[in-house]
Design a protein around this ligand. Structure first.
Ligand code: GFB
Length: 313
């Protein structure tokens, strides 16, 4: 990618898409398009086709989607299935019709893997077993996206690659307590306890194991793959470390400086017990990939006044 490469980000206002935008700007790219859904609604194929026909971008980062944490996913499974399926199909079909030379990077999720896995989870676990119920709609849509990319590559020769990020957090996250992801939820709950004396109620048992990848580290890997990788083999992106939810809570509480007692709401689901992504394939492509520690990422967020204000608003 050089500084004039026309690069399109779908989902550029979200957690990951906005991080991709920052990484591209840091690399000096000047021709980056990031239309909002008002401008191009990915659920409407005619709009996607018209936009791609007009712009014919060299690169497309497909980070758009209906996303949410465990409760958002489990209460709106049909919406997650429908929207995420239609978005990637509309993009692939439009691209092959009017912009077949665009290189496309599609982001899936480690939710595509079965509920039970040998850990860490290798890419070969795709479709190797039953899915976790709490995010079945989202997972099936993302699996459809991955298979779609493979088939459009095979039949139409589109240069589409697929990356599977693990649980993400970072600046510009969704801090909605009901629908957001775990790290964003925990940060907000501890900040609310410190600033407004609220009780800290976390979900499930606290025993599940998760990873936490800082959005810009994920974006850095995506940009690297866009520049250096072309294959129908999907690539996991993870930080290479993990904690239990209880341990994440301890770290966040310590950093924020509050040690109130945590209540665990067992009416909320634990979800998959353990999700650790194997990143050997990524490291073989990008040996210098160096994701930051959780403490470092957390400190970036907590020291950003604008972000903290947004979290507390
Ligand atoms: O990120 P998360 O919502 O989803 O994390 P998944 C869920 C885990 O954190 C469960 C516990 O074990 C929850 O019980 N948890 C504890 C909390 N307190 C909270 C809280 O306040 N908020 C949230 N959200 N969780 C995600 C998918 O699954 O995996 C995403 O939902 C995405 O769409 C991601 O694909 C990779 O980790 O279970």
């Amino acid at each position: 990618m050089d500084k004039d490469s026309k690069t399109l980000i779908f989902g550029g206002s979200g957690l990951l898409g906005s991080a991709v935008k920052r990484v591209l700007y840091t690399k000096g790219l000047e021709n980056v398009l990031a239309p909002r859904s008002k401008e191009v609604n990915l659920l409407e194929k005619a709009e996607v086709k018209k936009y791609l026909n007009k712009e014919k971008p060299e690169y497309i980062f497909m980070t758009a989607g209906l996303v949410g944490g465990i409760v958002g996913n489990s209460t709106r499974p049909a919406d997650f299935l429908y929207e995420n399926s239609m978005m990637i199909l509309n993009l692939l079909e439009s691209a092959r019709e009017v912009s077949p030379n665009s290189k496309i990077l599609y982001t899936g999720s480690n939710c595509i893997y079965p509920k039970e896995n040998p850990q860490p989870i290798k890419e070969g676990r795709l479709m190797a077993g039953k899915l976790e119920d709490t995010n079945k709609g989202y997972a099936v849509a993302k699996i459809l996206g991955v298979v779609g990319c493979e088939l459009y590559r095979k039949q139409y020769g589109l240069d589409v690659i697929c990356a599977m990020p693990t649980n993400l957090y970072g600046l510009n996250d969704n801090y909605d307590l009901e629908n957001g992801h775990m790290i964003a939820g925990l940060i907000k709950k501890f900040l609310l306890a410190k600033e407004k004396g609220k009780e800290i109620i976390l979900w499930g048992t606290g025993n599940p194991i998760r990873e936490a990848l800082y959005s810009e580290d994920c974006a850095d890997a995506l940009v690297y793959l866009m520049e250096n990788y072309s294959s129908d083999e999907i690539v996991n992106i993870g930080p290479g470390f993990h904690y239990s939810i209880k341990e994440f809570a301890e770290i966040i509480g310590r950093e924020i400086g509050i040690d109130s007692k945590i209540k665990w709401d067992s009416s909320k689901p634990d979800g998959t017990f353990e999700k650790r992504t194997d990143i050997e394939r990524l490291k073989s492509i990008y040996p210098d990939f160096k994701p930051r520690s959780f403490i470092e990422g957390l400190r970036n967020i907590l020291s950003n006044e604008k972000e903290v204000k947004k979290i507390l608003s």
